[in-house]
Write a protein that binds this ligand. Structure first.
Ligand code: NAP
Length: 325
C-alpha cells in the first residue's frame, strides 16, 4: 500500500484504521463487537498491510487503547501506533502522566505518534508541548501530532515544541472540505500530514442511509449530516459516487476514500463495523481515480450545502407556528 513518512520507525499506510468504535458505547456496536470483532478487524488490517492505527484515551475511556494493544500483540513494533491525550488540563506534568497511562493500556514501550485531541481554549500550547518535548527526550513518544487544530494553532504548537508537529488529525471528506482552505496546502508545502478522520462522513458516503433509514446510534443521531433534509440533499453526490465507483468496480464508500487519499500528504483513518468493511476500505488505497472523476466529485460535493442544526430548529418552529396559526 502507498505510504507517507511521519518520521516514525515505519512509514504510515495511506489507509489506516480508526478505533473510536472499539468499546465505545456511543457507537452502539455492543460487547460482541468489542470482545471479538474489533480484534479480528485489527488482525486482518495487519495482514493487509495497514501500518497506521489510531486510538485515543477518550475512546471507551481507555477501552479502545486496550483492545487495540491486545489485538496488535507481538506485531505492535511493525506499525505506527497513534493515540491522543484529551486536553482537559494539558499542563506539562499531566501530559507526561497521561502518556504513561496510554502506553500502558496499549502495551507499548513507545507511542509512535502522540496527538493532542483538540486545542485547549485556555491553556496555551507552551506547557503542553513542554510535556511532549520531555516525553520525546525520554523516548516514550516518538513523534508529536495535534488534532482539530487551526493552521495558526498548529504553527504555534510547532514553535512551542521547537520541532515538527508532524500531523494534524481533522475531519476531511466529500461532506467536509474545510481543510482544503489552508491545512492541506500548508501540509504539502512543509512536508506535514493531514490525518483525515470521518473520511466516510461517518458512513453517510456509503449511500446506505436515507431519510427513511437513519442510523440509531448516539454518534450519528448527533451528526446533522444524517438529518433527513441533509440525506435528501446528498442524493446527487451519492449518485456521482456510485457512478465513479461502478467504473472501477467499487462501492460508493471505496470511491469516497479513494478521493480522500488522492490528495497529497493526506492519510485516511476510516472506522469499520466489520472485517468486510475494513477489507473494502483497504482496497480503496490502490484505486487511481481519473482527473475527470475527481473533478466530478469535487463539483458535486461543492454544491452540497448542509442544513445546520440551527436552521433545522428554526424550520421546526416556523412549521409549528404555521400549524397553530
Ligand atoms: N480526532 C477527532 O476528533 C476524531 C473525531 C472523529 C473520529 N476520529 C477518528 O477517525 C476514525 C474514523 O472516523 P469515524 O469513525 O468518525 O467516521 P468514518 O470512518 O467516516 O465512518 C465509520 C463508519 O462508516 C461505516 N463504514 C466503514 N467502512 C464502510 C464500508 N466499506 N462500507 C460501508 N460503510 C462503512 C461504518 O458504520 P456502519 O457500518 O455502522 O454504517 C463505520 O463505523 C475514528 O475511528 C477515530 O479513530 C477522530
Amino acid at each position: 500500500m502507498r505510504t507517507l513518512d511521519l518520521g516514525t520507525h515505519v512509514p504510515a499506510s495511506v489507509i489506516g484504521l480508526g478505533t473510536w468504535q472499539f468499546g465505545s458505547r456511543e457507537w452502539g456496536y455492543g460487547d460482541d463487537f468489542a470482545d471479538r470483532q474489533a480484534g479480528e478487524i485489527v488482525r486482518r488490517a495487519l495482514d493487509l498491510g495497514v501500518t497506521f492505527f489510531d486510538s485515543a484515551e477518550l475512546y471507551g475511556f481507555g477501552r479502545s487503547e486496550r483492545i487495540l494493544g491486545e489485538a496488535l500483540g507481538d506485531r505492535r513494533d511493525e506499525v505506527v501506533v497513534a493515540t491522543k491525550i484529551f486536553p482537559l488540563l494539558p499542563l506539562a506534568p499531566v501530559v507526561e502522566q497521561r502518556a504513561v497511562a496510554s502506553a500502558d493500556r496499549l502495551g507499548v514501550r513507545r507511542i509512535d505518534l502522540y496527538q493532542v485531541h483538540q486545542a485547549n481554549p485556555v491553556v496555551r500550547d507552551g506547557t503542553t508541548m513542554r510535556g511532549m518535548g520531555a516525553l520525546q527526550r525520554t523516548g516514550l513518544v516518538d513523534q508529536v501530532g495535534v488534532s482539530n487544530y487551526s493552521l495558526d494553532r498548529w504553527q504555534a504548537a510547532e514553535r512551542a515544541l521547537g520541532g515538527a508537529v508532524v500531523s494534524n488529525q481533522v475531519e476531511y471528506s466529500l461532506v467536509h472540505r474545510a481543510p482544503e482552505e489552508d491545512l492541506l496546502p500548508w501540509a504539502r508545502a512543509e512536508g506535514r500530514v493531514v490525518v483525515a478522520y470521518s473520511p466516510l462522513g461517518q458512513g453517510v458516503l456509503s449511500g446506505r442511509y436515507t431519510s427513511g433509514h437513519r442510523p440509531q446510534d448516539a454518534v450519528r443521531r448527533a451528526n446533522p449530516v444524517f438529518a433527513p433534509e441533509n440525506l435528501e440533499r446528498l442524493a446527487p453526490l451519492l449518485d456521482t459516487l456510485r457512478q465513479v465507483g461502478e467504473a472501477h468496480d467499487l462501492s460508493a464508500s471505496q470511491a469516497a476514500l479513494a478521493w480522500v487519499v488522492a490528495r497529497p500528504n493526506v492519510l485516511a483513518i476510516p472506522g469499520a463495523s466489520s472485517v468486510e468493511q475494513l477489507e473494502k476500505n483497504v482496497e480503496a488505497a490502490s484505486v487511481h481515480l481519473a482527473d475527470d472523476e475527481v473533478a466530478a466529485l469535487d463539483e458535486r460535493s461543492a454544491t452540497f450545502r448542509r442544513v445546520s442544526t440551527l436552521e433545522r430548529a428554526r424550520g421546526a418552529v416556523r412549521r409549528r407556528v404555521r400549524r397553530t396559526a
